[in-house]
Design a protein around this ligand. Structure first.
Ligand code: SF4
Length: 294
């Protein structure tokens, strides 16, 4: 594992994700090492390959100081109406955050600045609970947990070093009890759900039972570089399962999944944010330049 402490050039960066104005990525790399991670292209900026994803984490030690300097320059009127997202190409609450506390320090900077826009968080980690005190002080916060299955074996396989799905659902429950606004992110929507409707049914039921009502749903992104890594990681898996991943890219397959999603959302009283399942441009050679952060 390659862990380094580095100095970044900037931290509050514009972002091409619809609805999000700025992103803060306190780390380069992510130890959770999800097999489907779209951020695996980040290695190109630090001399690593897509296959190295999960094996390096660089902590941007000056992230809080940079944020303090950049906030007044980049945000007018204390950022009213703007959204800052943690994080687009790393998990802000991966294990290194226990030691470095960069995400926490950045949130403290937002508080000190008096940021009055929306702070949105997306993580797979129960470590996010550590910062409930800050979430309660910030004027607008929305905390999301990615949950792709209720089966901890499935999450262990695809999201190798992330806390298991069951802990993420528990984390949503705790956040809701604490009065924090939450959302769940079902991304990627695993291709086997088409054949195992009950598995997606259980997942939506678990989200609803946690008290979370708003969810994002995203289809599997099989851009060329993701496909290469995912298929290498799935080598040795049953042929039928691997084929299911390939076929999940067809329009018919997605429409079938979309129908299933809508039916289950209604059944469990969940709201679909953006009112549609998120798609990606498939097989793109270059990942979205807008997420470049270094
Ligand atoms: S937690 Fe997010 S950033 Fe980290 S490896 Fe998984 S998908 Fe990628």
């Amino acid at each position: 594992m390659d862990v380094r402490e580095i100095l970044a050039k900037s931290i509050l960066n514009r972002c091409g994700i619809p609805g999000i104005d700025f992103v803060v990525n306190p780390y380069i790399g992510c130890r959770f090492a999800c097999k489907y991670c779209y951020a695996s292209f980040m290695g190109r900026f630090v001399g690593k390959t897509v296959a190295d994803w999960g094996e390096y984490v660089y902590a941007k030690m000056n992230a809080p100081e940079l944020l303090r300097a950049e906030l007044p320059k980049k945000l007018k009127n204390k950022g009213v109406g703007k959204e800052i997202f943690f994080s687009s190409v790393t998990d802000p609450y991966q294990g290194m955050e226990v030691k470095y506390q960069l995400t926490r320090a950045c949130l403290e900077e937002l508080l000190a600045f008096g940021f009055s826009g929306l702070v949105s968080i997306l993580t797979k980690s129960n470590l996010v609970l550590r910062d409930i005190d800050l979430f309660k002080k910030l004027p607008r916060v929305s905390v999301g947990l990615t949950v792709t299955s209720t089966d901890d074996g499935v999450s262990r396989f695809f999201e190798t070093y992330a806390p298991p799905s069951s802990r993420r659902i528990e984390t949503l429950t705790t956040l809701n009890k604490e009065g924090i606004k939450t959302y769940a992110f079902i991304g990627p929507l695993l291709p086997h759900f088409v054949a195992q409707e009950d598995a997606l049914d259980r997942l939506m039921a678990a989200i609803a039972a946690s008290g979370t009502r708003d969810i994002f749903v995203e289809h599997l992104n099989l851009s060329a570089y993701i496909r290469t890594r995912l298929m290498a990681e799935m080598k040795g898996e049953e042929k039928a399962i691997v084929e299911k991943f390939y076929s999940s890219q067809s329009k018919e397959y997605r429409e079938e999944l979309d129908k299933l999603v809508r039916r289950l959302l209604k059944k469990h009283g969940l709201r679909l944010i953006l009112n549609q399942t998120i798609y990606h441009k498939e097989f793109q050679k270059e990942p979205d330049k807008a997420v470049r952060i270094v």
